[in-house]
Design a protein. Structure first.
Lengths: 176, 625
């Protein structure tokens, strides 16, 4: 059954970190038009249920592949490397120190009278870090084999950066 | 052996029949019903020619019920038995409704489940029952006008409605005996009504300020497919609040606040509403009251009115900015703005929207009717009357769903603005050695602490084999269907012990209560019940047979000869049962046929996926060459 296929195959995309977002959106809409429960509203209960399952799977596939972090984690998952549910990971102290100081900066900014410029600067910096981790991941992933462990450690760094970015955005909307 | 019936390829054995379906806008202040006839969507009037049914229900001493204008006329004289704005109470707990005490005068009593019941002369009524009374009147109006049985209805809900509020709405429909084809979000309905699906693509913002709720949604349109990109607003902000601030100001002017009574408060609210409506065209309006037999009047200028509502209007502006940002867009990306809801008639509101987006909003369709019209168009498609329609409405979940974890924290499982349907699993483990049960507490909301989120439901997974802490793996799967309703399943992975529920909010009606209320509403004898059950099963059987006939005419090739024969034989059995069997016989026949056709259905689904994708790649190959 197609629902067992991996997300790339389900959407007819090559299994790679670089994906064509336009094509992804197009496949998504084409499949929605075929599978969505609205197309089965007057059909049998069984077909309705299947349609819900298929669309849920489609939505999950697309939201995973659209997200730079989700896509990286999923590619590693397909190679048997789990970075999604692992609970304790070793990261180098220099990286952790950098993350901590970024978080402290965010805490400080909250107290500023005029926080928005400082927030923007911090946000740009975090995005820059994310992008560099992303390039690191891509290179290691494409190398494959023993480099996959290295790819996994880039993914962990991406996770940290993504969480921090979400935190920055949360602070921004709270200050608004 | 019985002869097999074979339909001509490409032809269904049953001629196409227009199926009657309606769209219902179950509003805070007014409700409407609309349908598509001869390709044209229109709102259905009552016998007196009125389109709007005031969403007001009055319970009478003698046990009767009045709905609409009759009820509203008594809002001031009989405030405790006349329920207005019941939509605000839908899916709310007793704790939530105390917040409305100031504006709604009812006497609440709490049932064991914590759901608020309103004390009336004919007993305690839940908000779900009150809403069902409104739906019944609309259903009757539709069946009388259309002269036939409805296959179902699309009922609109604010995009911002949470799971509990959606469930309550669906329960009300069940009580009113309405088959819900889909719960559709109001902004999407409005965009459909404007025929914006005829455009090739675009970004649309729907600004919906009703009587009691404010919704703002950003939609993307791409070749007939509407996607809700983000949604927000305020589920407790609307034109009623405009009335409240004006009423309060008026009360200050006549210095009466200390002697306020429920009846007098209604009088002030009504005058405030009249002033608001007059000021949509005039620059000054008068409010008049009768206090202790004396007539008093107060003048309200448009400038004063604008000043009074300014804080409320700027709330709407902030919400717009936030939703646009949530959608990952800038204000300048918005190409169309659609205004919905009677309160968008207030000139100050229109003005602010126009300033914010720098363009004139769509206002051609009556803002009171636009949602019902959109719902009717969607109902027509869902009933199967427009098989070639390209239109598809994709919705998102408005609030995040999660679980309680150690320390009173909420772990989000499905995030806000995820497209639905959606299913997501998360694994959890035990925290004590030998733990054999796990309490699952489901919450909805954006905050991190359990106490700041809305508690939806709790259940317990029993029978976990005793293991060391952290060794058991419990997978909890959340599944949200296309109506935004949640089902949760928990499974221990090493033993397969399972537990699942369809989430019913802690303070909602449970299935038994609904069944009891339904039973109580059938005054008819048992014989009628069997008749009704028989009719229901016949319809179900017919639906399945028609669907299979159509499927076979297109995709017969997906079955082997033996499979085809078996399926046909079962179909014949059901055809016979349909004419002669009892409701129970037909039900079993339907189940059996559904089982036999299972594999066929999944092969068809797979084939259509392949077709959708191949169609796509062929096109690309052509483009590439």
């Amino acid at each position: 059954m197609d629902i067992q296929l991996n997300y790339f195959a389900f959407l007819g995309l090559p299994e790679s970190y670089d994906i064509d977002m336009g094509k992804l959106s197009q496949c998504y809409l084409d499949l929605q038009k075929t599978l969505h429960p609205d197309r089965f509203a007057h059909k049998s209960e069984r077909e309705k249920r299947m349609s819900v399952q298929y669309t849920a799977y489609l939505n999950e596939a697309v939201s995973t592949l659209k997200s730079p972090l989700g896509r990286a984690q999923y590619l590693l998952h397909l190679k048997g490397v789990d970075t999604i549910s692992e609970s304790s990971v070793q990261l180098d102290p220099a990286f952790l120190f950098e993350q901590m100081s970024l978080r402290e900066r965010l805490e400080d900014i909250k107290q500023f009278e005029e926080p928005f410029d400082a927030l923007d600067t911090l946000s740009d910096e975090v995005k820059g870090l994310f992008n560099s981790y992303q390039s690191g991941f891509k290179e290691a992933y494409e190398q494959g084999g023993s480099a996959l462990e290295e790819a996994a450690s880039w993914v962990r760094k991406m996770q940290f950066a993504a969480k921090l970015q979400a935190e920055v955005e949360r602070v921004e909307s709270e200050l608004d | 052996m019985a002869l097999l019936q074979i339909a001509e390829p490409g032809q269904s054995s049953v001629p196409h029949q227009h199926r009657l379906a309606v769209g219902i806008d179950l509003g805070t202040t007014n409700s409407l019903v609309a349908t598509v006839r001869s390709g044209e969507a229109s709102v259905l009037p009552d016998k007196a020619g009125e389109y709007l049914l005031p969403s007001v229900v009055r319970y009478l001493q003698e046990g009767g019920v009045a709905v609409g204008n009759d009820a509203r006329a008594h809002a001031a004289s009989d405030p405790y038995n006349t329920i207005v704005s019941v939509k605000r109470l839908m899916g709310r707990g007793i704790g939530d409704v105390t917040a409305f005490r100031d504006t709604l005068p009812y006497e609440f009593e709490s049932a064991e489940a914590g759901m608020p019941f309103i004390r009336t002369v004919s007993g305690a009524k839940s908000p779900v029952e009150v809403s069902a009374e409104i739906l019944k009147v609309l259903l009757e109006r539709a069946e009388e006008t259309l002269q036939g049985e409805l296959v179902g209805a699309v009922i609109t809900v604010p995009a911002y409605f949470d799971e509990a509020q959606r469930q309550a709405t669906k329960d009300a429909a069940t009580l009113a005996n309405i088959n819900v084809l889909r719960l559709l979000s109001e902004p999407t309905a409005a965009a459909v009504a404007y025929g914006l699906d005829q455009k090739d693509d675009g970004i649309i913002l729907v600004f919906d300020l009703g009587g009691g709720t404010f919704d703002v949604s950003v939609l993307r349109l791409n070749k007939g497919v509407f996607e809700v990109l983000a949604t927000g607003g305020d589920s407790a902000l609307g034109g009623d609040d405009f009335d409240s601030v004006v009423a309060e100001w008026l009360a200050e002017q006549v210095d009466i606040r200390a002697q306020m009574t429920a009846g007098l408060s209604r009088q002030f609210m009504e005058q405030a509403r009249a002033v608001k409506e007059a000021l949509t065209t005039a620059n000054e309006a008068w409010a008049t009251f009768e206090i202790a037999g004396q007539e008093r009047s107060v003048s309200v200028s448009k400038a004063r009115f604008d000043e009074l509502i300014a804080p409320l209007v700027s709330k709407t502006v902030r919400a717009c900015k936030k939703v646009v940002k949530d959608a990952g867009l800038a204000l300048t990306d918005i190409q169309d703005v659609v205004l919905v809801g009677g309160s968008t008639r207030v000139p100050k509101v229109r003005e602010q929207v126009e300033v914010l987006f720098g363009k004139k909003p769509h206002v051609d369709i009556d803002p009171d009717r636009v949602v019902a019209i959109g719902a009717a168009i969607q109902a027509d498609v869902l009933a199967g009357n427009k098989p070639d329609s390209e239109m598809l409405l994709l919705d998102v979940i408005p609030l995040s769903l999660g679980l309680e974890t150690m320390g009173g924290l909420v772990e989000k499982v499905i995030h806000r603005n995820s497209p639905i349907p959606v299913a997501r699993a998360q694994e959890f483990t035990t925290y004590q050695d030998g733990q054999t049960a796990m309490a699952i507490h489901i919450l909805q909301g954006e905050r991190e602490l359990v106490e700041d989120c809305r508690s939806l439901s709790r259940f317990v997974l029993h029978g976990i084999p005793p293991m060391a802490a952290g060794a058991a793996k419990i997978r909890v799967t959340f599944q949200v269907d296309a109506d935004g309703l949640l089902g949760v399943e928990a499974k221990e992975l090493s033993t397969g012990v399972e537990s699942s529920i369809q989430v019913k909010p802690s303070y909602g009606l449970n299935d038994t209560q609904i069944a009891d209320m339904l039973r109580a509403s059938y005054t008819a004898a048992d014989e009628d019940k069997e008749k009704r059950a028989l009719r229901e099963q016949q319809v179900e059987a017919e639906r399945l047979l028609i669907a299979l006939d159509q499927a076979l005419s297109v995709d017969k090739a997906l079955l082997t000869k033996d499979e085809y024969m078996e399926l046909n034989a079962e179909m014949d059995i059901l055809r016979q049962l349909k004419g002669s069997g009892s409701s129970r016989d037909i039900e079993q026949g339907v189940e059996r046929l559904a089982k036999v056709s299972d594999e066929f259905a999944s092969r068809r689904m797979d084939a259509s996926i392949r077709k959708a994708l191949t169609g796509h790649s062929i096109q690309e190959i052509e483009e590439g060459s």
